[in-house]
Design a protein around this ligand. Structure first.
Ligand SMILES: [Zn+2]
Length: 258
């Protein structure tokens, strides 16, 4: 599952390749937008907002979300794609590049002036130039009974965290993901740490929360049954969600977190 840093880096690469150039082909393979043709328009910018990708082309924005398996690839013309063509949902070409969005969870098209209709619900973007820590804290605290592990994933509170970061943040702050937000002593420190971790990782393809770039790059995420890197206790795994549809794996150390 891509986190905000993955989407940020995708947007940065796509922007570097495409911005200021003219689309020569536009093929959106979703029924609602199959007839949209933006060829001839100039790519103004590719930007991320939380885990959403915004391609501003002419007066139009192609909005996508990677969800579980999605990714955007950039290819030179004539090179072989690394994913099957049938999983391509969007193909945008310029004279030099072919940008292909595979297995996109969301793909829609809005007027750039109406972007808020697709991303306006998002809380402050951890990787945005308008990042607002105080507002993120306020949002997180707005429902004190909610488990902190769910509040951190809720993109309306703050945008950009996925399952890796929410588990790692809870470990690093010594709280169980199930602990109610109202019982977490220092939300500002947790928010500050979230901002620091994701910012540190945003320009590289590796994601680390331990500071190591090989070997153990997470404290608890996907380490169930293995010894805690701090105390040696076996890491546990569970599931947490607002309902059965939003259940996601949680990982924690029963000694270091309470
Ligand atoms: Zn431990």
């Amino acid at each position: 599952m891509p986190e905000g840093d993955t989407v940020y880096l995708s947007a940065k690469h796509l922007d570097a390749a495409l911005h200021g150039t003219v689309l020569t082909r536009c093929d959106l393979r979703v029924p609602a937008f199959a007839t949209v043709d933006l060829s001839g328009e100039v790519v103004n910018e590719v930007a991320s907002r939380g885990k959403h990708l915004l391609m501003r082309i002419g007066d139009t924005t192609v909005h996508s979300h990677l969800k579980m398996e999605g990714s955007w690839h950039l290819y030179r013309h004539g090179t072989r794609w690394k994913r099957p063509a049938y999983s391509a949902r969007a193909i945008l070409e310029t004279a030099d590049w072919v940008a292909v969005g595979f297995d996109l969870g969301t793909l829609d098209v809005v007027a750039t002036a109406d972007e808020e209709s697709v991303v306006g619900f998002l809380g402050p973007d951890l990787l945005g130039t308008d990042w607002n820590a105080a507002l993120a804290e306020l949002n997180l605290r707005s429902d004190p009974a909610r488990p902190v592990g769910l509040a951190l994933l809720d993109q309306r509170n703050l945008a950009g965290l996925g399952n890796v970061y929410r588990n790692e943040l809870c470990f690093l702050r010594g709280v169980l993901p199930t602990r109610p937000v109202g019982d977490v002593a220092d939300i500002p420190t947790m928010v500050e740490l979230a901002h620091r971790l994701i910012s540190t990782n945003k320009d590289r393809s590796e994601r680390t929360t331990t500071g190591r770039l090989r070997g153990q790059m997470t404290w608890v995420y996907r380490r169930e049954g293995k010894p805690c890197l701090r105390c040696g206790t076996r890491i546990e795994r569970g599931r947490l969600g607002d309902d059965e549809h939003t259940l996601r794996d949680t990982y924690w150390c029963p000694v270091c977190q309470s």
